[in-house]
Design a binder for this molecule. Structure first.
Ligand code: N2P
Length: 409
């Protein structure tokens, strides 16, 4: 993520009421902006750096003029049948998982307004869909959740006469175990789930899940874990030397006791403000996805990321269309758009995950610093200790129960 993307993200958080003005100013200062630059930026956003005026979204346009990357210079491709485009599209995505300006770009180019709703975990997505949430067109499930959705017959086969940009995707990311012919899914982003910590506060080098689950006294109430049952229970299982997909009662009982013992040191289980808690210093160590690390590191360079020696999750998130989607054709067009190299480049630089888009990488549309970061694109020897989460069928209920017990204890 570039510095200007980090600035744009902070402004967006402030404008949407997720950050106070005071915090915004301190974050912008930490990014190296002078007070006069901050004053200019805030007044361009309709605010002022010194008044008590409340958050305002009225200046979105000028904010974007200050920090937004260049517009996508392409029109509607000739393989798209304009007469079949709907007026709107409903996108159900993880939080903080798309550069927001790209939704405006899609509307500008195709005349389709995208409404986005967000979720924080695959289980959250599934619960909402199975609970009868309707109207969504495009969703972004991870690997094992694609398996589950295929089994539930909830996905629409993709139309590759429209999603021509599949040709930009690295063959290494195609034909995955959960959808061997990419009948229902196109890779969106991928990454790992390790942990980050602030090297300014924790001087010794951390390298193990032991540092997370049996934390040193300085980490009391300073640890943040993802709010994600497969990730957190999975990490405890790996710490104990089991597979991330282990379901035996014995292993799960041990994992439960690891999590119960760790709990007093945990400040929060969250999957939407782990980056902020780490950057603000309220947390000193956090269970993170790769992009959270990039976002945190860009705001505070002393934050590092660890793929623990016992291993961690590797995952790939995907663009899929629901069988119940009201705007299927437009959904295919949106997926095609998201894989255009210039769109993926802009998106990747902003959200900070590893991109499966080979064309964007080869055309140098992704920041070199990210492409060369072994924490983002792990080297071969690290791959050997990464594990994919798999659908564990009925045993999911054991994970659900264990997770509820830990969270409510
Ligand atoms: C982004 C979520 C990343 C998804 N906030 C991890 N699978």
């Amino acid at each position: 993520m570039t510095r200007s993307a980090a600035i744009a993200r902070l402004l967006r958080q402030w404008q949407t009421g997720r950050m106070t003005r005071r915090e915004l100013i301190s974050r912008l200062t930490a990014l190296g902006l002078s007070m006069s630059a901050i004053t200019a930026l805030l007044s361009a956003c309709g605010g002022s750096s010194s008044s008590n005026q409340s958050n305002s979204a009225s200046g979105t346009q000028s904010t974007e003029a200050t920090a937004k990357p260049s517009p996508i210079a392409r029109g509607i491709p000739d393989y798209v049948d304009k007469t079949k485009l709907a007026k709107e599209l409903n996108f159900f995505n993880w939080s903080d998982y798309i550069e927001p300006g790209l939704l405006d770009e899609f509307e500008r180019i195709f005349g389709v307004k995208v409404t986005q709703d967000t979720y924080d975990s695959n289980e959250d997505l599934l619960a909402k869909l199975q609970g009868g949430a309707t109207g969504y067109d495009v969703i972004v499930p991870s690997d094992y959740t694609v398996s589950i959705l295929i089994k539930l017959n909830m996905l629409e086969p993709l139309d590759y006469s429209v999603i021509k940009s599949i040709s930009n995707i690295d063959p290494n990311n195609l034909k995955p175990y959960y959808d061997p012919e990419n009948k229902y899914s196109v890779p969106y982003m991928w990454g790992t789930s390790g942990f980050g910590y602030n090297t300014e506060a924790i001087k010794q080098e951390l390298s193990s899940w032991k540092d997370v689950f049996e934390p040193q006294p300085a980490l009391q109430k300073k640890i943040v874990m993802l709010n994600d049952e497969r990730e957190v229970i999975g990490a405890a299982l790996m710490y104990l030397g089991y597979s991330i997909n282990e379901t035996s009662d014995e292993a799960l009982a041990k994992a439960k006791s690891v999590l119960m013992q760790q709990k007093p040191a945990v400040l929060a289980y969250t999957s939407n403000n782990q980056t902020d808690l780490l950057v603000s210093g309220e947390a000193l160590l956090a269970h993170l996805w790769t992009g959270n690390y990039i976002q945190a590191h860009n705001q505070k360079s002393t934050i590092t990321y660890v793929i623990p020696k016992e291993g961690c999750t590797v995952w790939q998130d995907n663009l899929c269309v629901l069988k119940s989607a009201p705007h299927k054709y437009t959904a295919m067009v949106f997926i095609d758009f998201l894989n255009w190299p210039e769109v993926n480049g802009r998106n990747t630089n902003y959200i900070g995950y590893a991109s499966p888009n080979k064309a964007a990488r080869e055309q140098k549309l992704i920041d070199e610093s990210m492409l060369n970061d072994p924490k983002v694109y792990p080297p071969q020897d690290v791959w050997q200790r990464l594990q994919w989460i798999k659908d564990i069928g009925e045993a999911t209920q054991k994970f659900d129960r264990l997770w509820t017990e830990v969270k409510t204890a």
